[in-house]
Ligand binder design. Structure first.
Ligand SMILES: Cc1cc2nc3c(=O)[nH]c(=O)nc-3n(C[C@H](O)[C@H](O)[C@H](O)COP(=O)(O)OP(=O)(O)OC[C@H]3O[C@@H](n4cnc5c(N)ncnc54)[C@H](O)[C@@H]3O)c2cc1C
Length: 275
């Protein structure tokens, strides 16, 4: 253990940990260290998601989610431009395949309006085929502010900024123990002990474990699901031009399996949810 004591340690080098550290390191005089278990950043959810920059369509108008999603979308597009991170504002199609889905599609359209989304339009069957010639539906919403990016690249770019601002980013440093003293904490990690005054837990699906390591007894436990994707065979990948989503099914509120045309000639369908 070296003698240095950090004001703040952040556990987790996914996009949440790196973004949290970036905003805190901006405060003058605060020493910050970020600890990541893996040899690289963004090796879990942040590097294995669908890569969609959400426009802010689904969330209840006025809610935190609605406000943060629309604000975060604009900040992310700006960050990608400034950092020259490849991204595409490709838009997405939310497709109703039968009449029963029309009320939910109307509700989405009204949320899009209330959440201030630009350029959302309702399409009929012909309009759908103009956007996605192989999609078949009774109606759809076209959401032009949706985009795609590689979130691992975004995470790495944020981490570079973090280091330039004076923070330390330490990989291969899984936190395995937390000792609490009257005025500080000692974090036992795979790369040695770290002393800090405050700790922010951004360990993603392991954050309940970190809470328990630090002596809390949270009355919630994370039940992780793995997202699985299928890849269309090469001779079928042209079936999809951009992003095609279903109308959300209220029975599975957080699951939005979709088709996405990715770079390097791949087209994916997913994610599913495997316990
Ligand atoms: C299948 C799927 C698809 C998704 N698609 C999208 C999408 O298209 N668009 C979108 O905006 N969001 C999407 N999401 C959500 C998004 O990916 C997550 O909200 C986001 O990545 C969470 O980031 P995180 O930093 O909290 O978690 P993670 O990226 O999982 O990071 C947590 C980090 O903590 C580290 N860690 C854990 N324990 C320790 C420890 N003891 N010591 C040190 N480090 C530790 C892990 O190694 C990991 O790197 C998707 C999620 C899933 C699962």
């Amino acid at each position: 253990m070296n003698d240095r004591r950090y004001d703040l340690a952040i556990i987790g080098g996914g996009i949440v940990g790196v973004a949290t550290a970036s905003s805190l390191v901006a405060r003058p005089g605060l020493s910050v260290i970020l600890l990541e278990a893996e040899p690289e950043l963004a090796r879990h959810q942040s590097g294995h998601n669908s890569g969609v920059i959400h426009a802010g369509l689904y969330y209840r108008p006025g809610s935190f989610k609605a406000r943060l999603c629309t604000q975060g979308r604009d900040e992310l597009y700006r960050f990608c431009r400034e950092q020259e991170i490849p991204h595409r504002r490709c838009g997405k199609l939310v497709l109703a395949t039968d009449e029963n889905e029309l009320p939910a599609l109307e509700e989405l359209e009204s949320r899009a309006r209330d959440n201030g989304l630009d350029g959302v339009v309702r399409l009929d069957a012909e309009g759908i085929r103009e956007r996605e010639p192989n999609a078949d539906g009774v109606a759809a919403l076209w959401v032009p502010q949706t985009g795609v990016v590689d979130f691992a690249r975004v995470t790495r770019a944020l981490a570079r900024q973090l280091e330039s601002a004076g923070a330390e980013v330490r990989t291969d440093s899984r936190v395995v123990g937390i000792r609490r003293h009257p005025r500080e904490l000692t974090l036992e990690t795979a790369s040695g002990a770290v002393r800090c005054s405050y700790l922010v837990n951004c360990a993603g699906l392991q954050s309940d474990r970190i809470a328990r390591l630090s002596g809390f007894r949270p009355d919630v436990r994370l039940v992780p699901f793995r997202g699985e994707y299928y890849q269309l065979v090469p001779e079928r990948r042209e079936l999809v031009r951009g992003l095609i989503y279903p109308v959300p099914d209220p029975r599975f509120p957080s699951l939005h399996p979709h088709h996405r045309r990715r770079g390097r000639g791949r087209t994916q369908r997913g994610p599913g949810a495997a316990p």
